[in-house]
Write a protein that binds this ligand. Structure first.
Ligand SMILES: [Fe+2]
Ligand SMILES: [Fe+2]
Length: 224
């Protein structure tokens, strides 16, 4: 993985120091056994790209975009952007493995609409160190919840109604985090979905990176 990331960064003018910083933020998240499970080629996300690789692709591009926006005068918290990126799609089960997924009774509970909610719950369970500062973790939660923008996310009121695959983990989630999920997922509500975009620039950069890397993965574009 290190070689892959280094070869991706070699396409950009980026210093050794910046690459070291990237690894210092990303590696502790990447090394978690649950993240490792998602790097496996069986945990497919787009085309032949595993979920873990998709997240790494997103993080590399998010990092590059952060410097672009900073050079244009924007105030960007790179550490926050990388955390949102590394957590944004940590949903519960491979959605292509229909046997393992909860059967959905409503269209708005399909994977596309609810996977950000699963990702927040999993992130909170697996990376307790990241969720210490309340101001920061509201931004992380909101960034994860709305990373699919302009595609909407399911509004959460009663978690049971969302038919998520990791409902059982809610016992490990604080009421504060649950209330943040409800609040964030109900912004710009139309019927039972939210069309809101992320409240912070860092989340919007992750969302932009997500569109670009997803298209490359879906259409299997080769790097120049
Ligand atoms: Fe996603
Ligand atoms: Fe993604």
């Amino acid at each position: 993985m290190r070689e892959y990331i280094l070869s991706e960064f070699s396409k950009y003018k980026i210093s050794e120091e910046k690459i070291d910083y990237f690894f210092s933020v990303v590696s502790p998240i990447f090394m978690h056994p649950e993240f490792q499970k998602r790097v496996d080629s069986k945990f497919l996300h787009h085309g032949k790209t595993s979920l873990g690789m998709h997240i790494i692709n997103n993080s590399i591009l998010t990092y590059i975009l952060c410097f672009k926006f900073i050079s244009l005068g924007y105030d960007i918290d790179i550490d926050l952007a990388l955390k949102i990126s590394m957590l944004h799609d940590l949903y519960e089960v491979c959605y292509k493995d229909k046997e393992s997924c909860v059967k959905k009774s409503k269209v708005i509970n399909l994977h596309g609409f609810v996977h950000p909610i699963e990702a927040v719950i999993n992130s909170f369970c697996w990376y307790t160190d990241i969720f210490k500062d309340e101001d920061e973790y509201y931004k992380i939660i909101d960034g994860i919840i709305h990373h699919m923008w302009p595609f909407p996310v399911r509004c959460v009121n009663d978690f049971l109604d969302t038919e998520i695959n990791n409902y059982g983990k809610l016992v490990f989630i604080s009421d504060k985090v649950k209330s943040f999920i409800v609040e964030s997922s109900n912004r710009f509500k139309i019927f039972n979905v939210s069309f809101g975009k992320c409240i912070c620039s860092e989340g919007n950069i992750v969302s932009l990176a997500d569109k670009i890397v997803s298209l490359k993965e879906i259409f299997n574009f080769k790097n120049p």
